[in-house]
Design a protein around this ligand. Structure first.
Ligand code: AMP
Ligand code: MG
Length: 288
């Protein structure tokens, strides 16, 4: 822990690892204090901004960030804080709600595939195809045998995206049941947050243990080297933001040289074209 060269603020789920969520402390802060975190966060934000510029310019990859977590776990807050430094032209946020009739009339990945980021773009999923192995089995919305097949479909789908140049990172924002209650209460008491309240939040809360079990299942069965899951301790909002920012940066940094090279090559090709056009007299050289 604490080594700057290592991804260690969030917990990576290794491929094939069996995850028991109760073994992860939602309140873990890696020995950091909130006061110290701000400087680290600023550093990662700046680097993320720079990496995004290279991603856009090189145009060889896309990035897909999947955010999952119980109600109030901070999916919206993460998008607001961690992604606020990004260039909006290269970002696309999609929130997945209860499927519409049209979406229901297709396979479960159809609406997801439509929203995957094109090259140069960072796509952020606020909820995702994982709802189909979470809310769906928790409420028995589809036959068990169907859901059982979804795990393979998800893994194959993510492999397809990765093979096509998508860098995939999946974050499970891990909060405690106690912290959720505090946040629900806060929503109720704070007039500016009331709009987010819903009866469903309290009803879903009663299914906490079942949700945790299905989350454990999804994390265990769908974490791969090309599309890893990260468990983010999320009771402390500042730590959650820092952990997501750090993981993103550490994961994208290895691409920096390749992206920089592609950018330089494109720059050189553009210069050559310009020089050739000038030599052919196609461009007025006198700029008067
Ligand atoms: P919110 O994130 O508060 O806007 O709520 C969106 C709701 O849509 C959540 O209750 C999700 O569980 C639900 N939802 C998202 N995807 C699906 C899905 N595939 N099937 C059923 N419900 C879903
Ligand atoms: Mg909600």
């Amino acid at each position: 822990m604490g080594n700057n060269n290592q991804i260690d603020y969030a917990f990576k789920v290794k491929a094939g690892e069996k995850i028991k969520l109760h073994e992860y402390d939602p309140n873990f802060t890696s020995g950091l204090k909130k006061e110290d975190a701000a400087a680290h966060f600023a550093k990662y934000s700046a680097e993320l901004e720079e990496l995004q510029e290279l991603l856009i310019a090189s145009g060889s990859h896309s990035v897909l960030v999947v955010l999952q977590g119980m109600d109030t776990s901070g999916k919206d807050g993460t998008i607001r804080h961690v992604m606020s430094t990004l260039n909006p032209q290269g970002c696309r946020v999609t929130s997945f709600k209860v499927p519409t009739a049209n979406e229901q009339a297709h396979d479960f990945l159809w609406r997801i595939h439509l929203e995957t980021p094109q090259k140069g773009v960072i796509g952020i999923f606020n909820r995702s195809h994982y709802e189909d192995v979470l809310v769906v089995p928790v409420h028995g919305l589809k036959p068990e045998e169907d859901v059982e097949r979804y795990y393979d479909h998800i893994n194959n789908f993510e492999r397809l995206l990765a093979d096509s140049g998508t860098i995939i990172l999946k974050f499970f924002l891990h909060i405690s049941k106690k912290e959720q209650l505090a946040r629900l209460k806060e929503r109720e008491l704070n007039p500016s947050k009331r709009w987010k309240m819903s009866v469903a939040d309290y009803k879903e809360r009663e299914l906490w243990d079942t949700y945790q079990r299905y989350y454990g299942e999804a994390l265990s069965r769908c974490s791969t080297s090309h599309a890893p899951w990260w468990i983010v301790p999320a009771d402390a909002k500042w730590y959650r933001n820092l952990a997501v920012a750090e993981t993103l940066v550490e994961h994208l940094r290895p691409y920096r040289d390749k992206w920089k090279k592609a950018l330089d090559e494109r720059g050189q090709a553009a210069i050559k074209e310009l020089q050739a056009a000038r030599a052919r007299g196609e461009i007025n050289n006198n700029h008067s």
